[in-house]
Design a protein around this ligand. Sequence first.
Ligand code: AMP
Length: 211
Amino acid sequence: MKKYRLILLGPPGAGKGTVAKKIAEKYQIPQISTGDIFREAAKSGSELGSRVKRIMESGELVPDDLTISLVKERLGKKDTERGFILDGFPRTIIQADSLSEITSIDAVINFNIPREEIIRRLSGRRICSQCGAIYHVTDFPPKVEGICDICGGKLYQRDDDKIESIEKRLNVYEKQTLPLIEYYRTKGILYDIDSSVNPDYSMEQIGKILS
Ligand code: AMP
């Protein structure tokens, strides 16, 4: 049986989360989002959670060792046997090297999008506090303002989607994560897509890559 062990690589706001949910549904494999895992931890109120929350709000990265151990544990679960979608991981060369010791990867999808479009998208992004569905104030608004169409949950703006944090996250991406493009291109498993149009167009390109 064909396996889909995928990495979605790209700057914040490129649409990785939205597309990851669509791939998960289409190919019946789990989405593993380190950002989601950390946001859950931040909500828990534990000491570790509070530390993670402060780091996320600043736009910096959570330390590699903690991130790697969480992903390793998650990839050990049975539902990843047929594949998985890593969304937001790896983000540093150290994380990528550690990942290569845990599992093989079949394809790295590199999301390409101009910086000004990222800022427009992130500053208008809204998330459901209950089910995690993703909206946008103008591109993809809910039927009733502030309320999730799917579950009725309240929508909120992530603290790190405020303009000061966005700039910081983009700088962190360029410095720490951008080198991964060459890292995976050299391995011959990097596939570029244009993610500036919409999630359906991103899915169309990914469908062709995976077929
Ligand atoms: P995201 O939802 O992927 O934009 O992640 C939100 C925040 O979680 C990031 O700005 C980081 O602070 C943290 N985070 C997510 N994934 C990672 C990772 N692979 N390594 C370090 N920090 C991460």
